[in-house]
Design a protein around this ligand. Structure first.
Ligand SMILES: Cc1cc2nc3c(=O)[nH]c(=O)nc-3n(C[C@H](O)[C@H](O)[C@H](O)COP(=O)(O)OP(=O)(O)OC[C@H]3O[C@@H](n4cnc5c(N)ncnc54)[C@H](O)[C@@H]3O)c2cc1C
Ligand code: FES
Ligand code: FES
Length: 1337
């Protein structure tokens, strides 16, 4: 270890202010430092591993050699503070603030409605801001690229990209597919029947402040002086457990490397950082040669380019780009291949942080660059005290054989990438779950060299990533093919040989074994075609081209900047200008979101004496707890206490929900105990030292199938039935039966569950601040756990960083956990779940199994359906029973089936308890419905859309549970959708395309929707509000609803403004609390605006009635005058408003009831293109048209935001989001690295949303609740993919209907598009091995 005696000062700047840290700890990252030391809480934590972009900041460094300042985006969670010596950091607070001046980036993000919950917004601002610092007039593609590393779970990205596009010089209006025409042109698009009433502008660009790049803060001159200081010396920083050494000369680096051979050379820290955080790797010493001039250079020589190891991957990209522009194409084939992969490798932040040297040396098994570098014959230049040497970046190096590796005292100086020649061909190929910011499932770098003028193989190289623990080479295969001609026979032999050589065992980590095997040869086939095409270009006579039908196999899906249009009804011109109802008003916190000034729970400043909580969770699915050993943990520094079930003063098992596991555990991830300590780091370190011993209990039930075998259920069966199903089956032309599996979904709200529990000194009072959808429930659970009356528990909820159902019941459980800890220790508890813990503990959407039997006529009329649904509820009741009820009631969707029986039941398993999630069962169940409708169509030789139309509800009638409704808006949405999306013409065009393209297929689907809001229990629909008018005329509105990003507070302010007839600026909403409104219902089920709006309206109307006498006496008076007068006349200026609730009921005995207050209708059309060879589809979601019956929209911007956001979230559910469980019930997917929600590149290239007018007198201002409805619409993408895959299968002679399931991942697509390659791979007998992961539906 280096000397501890005199650590150096760490100097860097944050937002123009100098930071001198005397005790810089190498284990402290910038995110922690900003939030907890500098109290700059604008930068957010959402994953801690570089994968979400919530913590994006701009780092700026001065290069004394070039005398230039380099600005780049970085994820603060992966930046060790020690790496910042001499750097300037800009956070969202430094960009602009409400207190000083908001920056145009912040203003436009807010005004374009690019924020909902606002948790991702500071990161989005920083990504766009940094781009503008480097490119003040960016192109739309640069905007999309800059946002690739930032996740947003709310908005669906369209408005965020749009806000960025306002900085582009190119027209921000769409230039539809280069036609020069714009979709804003209503005549051209003829979307609208009455153009004068339809609006398309959700914001006014004229309000935007101009952007003046010259006004940005200057780089601190002191840092320039520091960088240019000729007397720089080695610096050392010393932390609690580790040292950080910053050498300033190459000799010093080599000296240190020799002295500390095991110390990592920290460059980008994007490989080392995650290994420390997630894999518990420990390094006592770090060597950081950042800025060492010898590592930063590009050297172009006659036969190639040498790139310094310190160059970031973004700088590598720029250097390669420069070279390909300078050099002829034939010399730069390796460079082109690298550039292609660099575009989608991680996000912009990671590309800017990670370095060439770090990438090459860390050798991730999924590396996108190493296979290409190896195929392109790159070499690594090494340096040690002994001198320089070169090693080839070849298979031995990549497979880490010791003799080909660098020695521990060596460092990489640079990487040399040679030019290619005319007869060399190099390609990079990859397939990931998502096109951008997702590591490859399988990738490859391949090169072939031919004897000059021939297609005879002289040299062949094939490197694969994602097929084993390292990148592997198919060297034996390559050797055997030397001398062969590049023809079909060679390809066939190559496929056989490579499958023999690269074997992925059936139980391999990562799963998807057969898919990965198929990709090995599918990618090889792509390379084969590409080379043939290139040969043909050189000499068309000698080398025949590939068949025309195969051409599209070679084209990767482009990343396009999305465009589209949002249409809604204009406000009636007769409406008073001050009345904001119906206008696209910006979210009331939008500017605060964008400046980072919106306070989320963990942004609240530290409270004296507070403790941090870390959880210890069960590692067994079903087991007896034999012992909990805590002594080692308790002995660690900072640890104050360990809390177990024994410390719960009240109920530890409340309504079937267990707070702390007692005696036994019932799932992996159940909280067994918590550790309270002075810092989170201490609590976490101690939690790892708690030793629990278990004894397994049988049975262990993980899947629905296992639950059915064991008769394991959480609730009774729910059933509705109409007609005579058995009899109807006897009179139909055909009967089909099938099963559909729909896997679950993680909420992935950007703000993980966070709770601040503060015990009061008197009367056992407990105050909790948290992000929840149901403060009443938290209050109830905490009171039960502490055995105190509910009037001692206060729950305060200002805002949540997304919720989507995941914060309805789980905060109750976590609230009880933290309140018990606060009660025991007598100190405030800050409990922030890390992303991995959050995903593990809180579970998500219910996986579903649907079984159907359908009787229908040959003309497509469905006469009878008998459907059974089972959901995987997990280990406790939670809301599973209600989810099943919703499924049974709603799953008929838009179709009338005269003889209909539907049953549902929640299975009890040993998985974490699943819970509410947007749509509440409907999005899963209706996949089953769409699957059987599609299957009927296939049997009748009709289009699915034709069968849908035939069976759709047509006139006022009753649902299967006998609720009367009028489906007129449904028919209207359907008709408009078919017409305006030009479905039939595009369907024909897709068929033409499919005929001409063998390996790419297009598919379209139109899906109707009949959805309901609310719940079938009247008292759940009640709401209250409390409105105070103060003597200055300002108004404080509180109600029982929670602000989750959906804009509830904004809408409530619009309601109050209309009712009180005052400008919105007079009205304030502060927070939701159990003190102001008791016993409030949950904010879920799309009904928050409906019920709280009515309550606010009621309170305002009461107040206005009281004010009437005053107003009548002084009709021309001002609001302030009336209020003053009212006070003088002792008129109460505070009122409680109340809404009793919609009258809803459901009689399960009779199987009928008016279950829901009203219906929301819609229709959606999506078109996709899939790559049959790889299964890729996302980037080519070509177009989506949504028609949503909004009745009258109180705020079209918020409603469209909900629809778009839900649609994209739904698209994720049905396509990329895949939870992986081990057969033992362990959830593997615990972060953005292995769970892929959509990114900005996934959204439709063309995205049109239309709010369709209807009437809904029952709801406030005749509006409709639209929070959830869009979720199911994502299903159109699944069905369009199904359509494309069906086309591929038909062409291959496979006419049998295949089983549709969800999600339709690239794996599903590829393995369903059966062909010669899928036939070729080895298959394993499932009884001979235990797979790495299983499906639980
Ligand atoms: C969120 C995320 C997404 C990612 N996505 C992808 C992806 O899609 N595709 C992909 O290919 N990769 C991906 N990666 C991996 C990424 O490319 C590597 O982590 C990165 O290239 C490592 O570079 P670094 O500079 O950060 O290395 P560091 O973490 O700083 O160092 C890594 C290792 O290299 C050694 N080292 C560094 N420089 C030298 C040198 N000059 N000489 C000797 N040893 C050295 C260090 O000692 C250390 O052992 C992703 C990473 C993250 C965090
Ligand atoms: S918190 Fe840093 S990238 Fe997610
Ligand atoms: S607004 Fe983007 S995550 Fe909520």
């Amino acid at each position: 270890m280096p000397s501890l005696s005199n650590p150096d000062e760490l100097i860097f700047f944050v937002n123009g202010r100098k930071v001198i840290e005397l005790n810089a700890d190498p284990e402290v990252n910038l995110l922690f430092y900003l939030r907890k030391v500098l109290h700059l809480s604008g930068t957010k934590y959402a994953c801690g591993g570089g994968g979400c972009g919530a913590c994006t900041v701009m780092v700026s460094r001065y290069n004394p050699k070039t005398k230039k300042i380099h600005h780049y985006p970085a994820t603060a969670c992966l930046v060790p503070i020690c790496s910042l010596h001499g750097a300037a950091v800009t956070t969202v607070e430094g960009v602009g603030s409400i207190k000083t001046r908001i920056h145009p980036v912040q203003e436009r993000l807010a005004k374009c409605h690019g924020t909902q919950c606002g948790f991702c917004s500071p990161g989005m601002v920083m990504s766009i801001y940094t781009l503008l610092r480097n490119h003040p007039e960016p192109t739309p593609d640069q905007i999309t690229e800059a946002l690739g590393g930032n996740l947003c779970r709310c908005t669906g990205y369209r408005p965020i990209i749009e806000s960025g596009k306002t900085f582009c010089v190119e027209s921000t209006l769409c230039q539809r597919k280069g036609s020069g025409k714009c979709c804003m042109d209503q005549d051209e698009r003829s979307f609208v029947n009455k153009p004068e009433k339809i609006c398309t502008k959700l914001y006014n660009e004229d309000e935007f402040r101009p952007f003046d790049p010259s006004q940005e803060p200057i780089f601190p001159p002191e840092l320039i002086r520091m960088a240019e200081d000729p007397n720089k010396r080695r610096l050392t920083f010393q932390g609690e457990r580790t040292s950080w050494i910053m050498p300033v000369t190459l000799e010093d680096v080599l000296e240190l490397k020799a002295s500390f051979p095991k110390a990592p050379l920290i460059m980008g820290n994007t490989a080392v950082g995650p290994s420390i955080k997630f894999k518990d790797v420990f390094y006592p010493v770090f060597i950081s040669p950042l800025g060492l001039p010898e590592l930063y250079f590009v050297d172009t020589i006659d036969d190639g380019v040498t790139i310094g190891a310190g160059y970031s991957l973004a700088q590598l990209n720029d250097a390669l780009l420069f070279t390909v522009l300078e050099q002829p194409k034939e010399k730069t084939k390796t460079y082109h291949a690298l550039l292609k992969h660099l575009r989608t490798l991680a996000g912009a932040q990671i590309r800017n942080m990670s370095t060439v040297g770090g990438h090459v040396v860390s050798r991730p098994s999924f590396s996108d660059l190493n296979p290409i570098l190896a195929a392109g014959n790159a070499t690594i230049n090494l340096r040690s005290k002994e001198g320089e040497r070169q090693i080839p970046l070849n298979s031995h190096f990549l497979e880490r054989s010791p003799e080909a590796d660098l020695k521990s005292e060596e460092i990489v100086l640079s990487v040399y990438i040679p030019y290619s020649t005319q007869w060399d061909f190099v390609s990079g190929l990859r397939l990931a779950q998502r096109q951008e910011n997702a590591s490859a499932i399988v990738n490859a770098g391949m090169s072939v060299k031919f004897e000059d003028g021939t297609n005879t193989i002289k040299d062949l190289k094939m490197f694969y990533g994602g097929v084993g623990p390292t990148v592997v080479s198919a060297s034996q295969t390559c050797k055997q093919l030397i001398g062969r001609h590049w023809d079909d026979q060679m390809l066939s032999d190559a496929c056989r040989l490579v499958l023999d050589e690269i074997y992925i065992p059936p139980e391999a980590k990562g799963g998807m074994v057969e898919y990965r095997r198929t990709l090995i040869i599918s990618l090889l086939f792509k390379f084969y075609l590409k080379v043939r095409q290139e040969l043909n270009k050189i000499d068309p006579q000698k080398f025949p081209d590939i068949p025309e039908k195969f051409m599209s196999a070679l084209e990767d899906f482009p990343i396009e900047t999305p465009q589209g249009l949002q249409m809604f009804e204009c406000v009636d011109p007769r409406q008073p200008p001050q009345d904001p109802v119906g206008h696209p008003i910006m979210h009331q916190s939008a500017i605060k979101h964008a400046t980072g000034e919106a306070v989320f729970c963990d942004d609240m400043p530290p409270i004296a004496n507070e403790l941090f909580l870390a959880v210890v969770t069960s590692t067994r699915a079903h087991a007896k707890i034999m012992s909990i050993e805590t002594s080692e943990a308790l002995a660690l520094p900072g640890v104050v206490d360990i809390i177990t079930a024994d410390d719960v003063p009240g109920d530890n098992n409340y309504h079937g929900e267990v707070f702390y596991a007692q005696n036994k555990v019932i799932c992996v991830g159940q909280i067994v105990c918590t550790v309270a300590a002075d810092t989170y780091a201490h609590a976490k370190a101690a939690a790892k030292k708690v030793k629990i011993t278990y004894e397994d209990i049988e049975p262990k039930i993980i899947t629905i199938e296992q639950a059915l075998q064991h008769n394991s259920f959480l609730s009774v069966e729910r059933k509705i039935e109409q007609g005579n199903v058995e009899q109807a089956f006897r009179h139909v032309d055909q009967i089909i039966e099938g099963e559909v599996h729909v896997e679950g979904q993680e909420h992935f709200y950007m703000e993980t569950q966070t709770i601040l529990a503060i015990p009061k000194q008197e009367d056992k009072e407990m105050v909790l601040h948290l992000g929840t959808q149901f403060p009443t429930h938290v209050q109830e659970f905490v009171a039960a756990a502490l055995n105190i009356p509910r009037n001692r528990v206060t729950c305060c909820m200002k805002r949540a960083g997304g919720a989507f159902g995941g914060k309805v019941t789980k905060p109750g459980l976590l609230g009880a956990i933290s309140a018990v800890a606060a009660n025991k220790t007598g100190r405030p508890i800050r409990f922030i779940l890390e992303r991995g813990d959050d995903m593990l503990i809180t579970a998500g959407r219910h996986p579903l199994l649907g079984k159907y039997k359908i009787g229908f006529m040959n003309n497509g009329v469905i006469k009878a359906a008998d459907v059974e649904y089972y959901v995987n509820g997990g280990c406790t009741p939670d809301e599973s029973e209600m989810v099943v009820e919703f499924i049974v009631l709603k799953s008929e969707n838009a179709y009338y089936i005269p003889h209909f029986r539907c049953r549902g039941r929640a299975c009890k398993t040993n998985l974490p308890s699943n819970t509410a999630f947007r749509g509440f069962g409907f999005p899963q169940a209706t996949v089953v419905v769409e699957a059987y409708v599609t299957a009927v169509a296939s049997q009748c030789n009709l289009l699915p859309e034709e069968v849908k139309e035939i069976n759709m509800y047509k006139r006022t009638t009753k649902t299967a549970h006998k609720q009367t409704f009028n489906p007129e808006p449904l028919r209207r949405c359907w008709k408009e959708c078919l017409e305006k999306s030009a479905f039939y013409a595009r369907k024909q065009a897709a068929e033409e395309f499919n005929k001409e393209n063998y390996w790419k297929k297009r598919g379209l689907a139109v899906v109707p929707m009949k959805f309901t809001i609310g719940v079938p229990v009247t008292y759940y629909n009640q709401a209250a509000a409390l409105v105070h008018i103060y003597l200055d005329g300002s108004v404080l509105v509180t109600h029982g609803g929670c602000e989750l990003g959906q804009g509830l507070y904004t809408k409530m302010s619009q309601v109050a403004s209309r009712e009180l007839n005052i400008p919105q600026s007079y009205i304030h909403l502060s927070e939701t609390s159990t003190i102001t409104v008791p016993n409030a219902s949950f904010t879920a089920g799309s009904m928050a605006t409906d019920i709280n709006g009515k309550a606010v309206q009621n309170a305002c109307q009461i107040l206005m009635a009281r004010l009437q006498p005053v107003i009548r006496k002084n009709p021309k008076g001002k609001w302030e005058d009336w209020i003053a007068k009212a006070f003088e006349e002792s008129i109460s200026l505070s009122a409680t408003g109340y809404f009793k609730g919609y009258k809803t009921n459901m009689d399960w005995e009779k199987k009928e009831g008016e279950a829901f207050p009203y219906f929301v209708y819609g229709a959606v059309c999506s078109e996709v293109e899939v790559d049959c060879l790889t299964g890729a589809h996302k980037a080519q979601l070509r177009r989506t048209d949504i028609f949503m019956d909004a009745a009258f929209s109180i705020n079209p911007a918020l409603d469209i935001g909900q629809i778009e956001g839900a649609f994209i979230q739904g698209m994720g559910l049905y396509t990329t989001e895949e939870l992986k469980y081990s057969p033992e019930g362990v959830l593997y997917s615990r972060g953005p690295d292995d769970y892929k929600i959509p990114t900005a590149t996934e959204i439709p290239e063309e995205f049109y949303v239309t709010l369709v007018r209807s009437r809904n007198p029952i709801a406030i201002y005749s509006s409709k609740g639209l929070g959830e409805a869009g979720m199911f619409m994502g299903c159109s993408v699944l069905l369009a993919i199904n359509d494309a895959v069906t086309a591929a299968r038909k062409e291959r002679g496979l006419t049998k209907t295949f089983t549709l399931s969800s999600p339709v991942t690239p794996e599903f697509i590829r393995m369903t598009c059966v062909d010669q390659f899928t036939d070729m791979i080895p298959r394993d007998d499932p009884s001979t091995f235990t797979p790495w992961s299983i499906h639980v539906s």
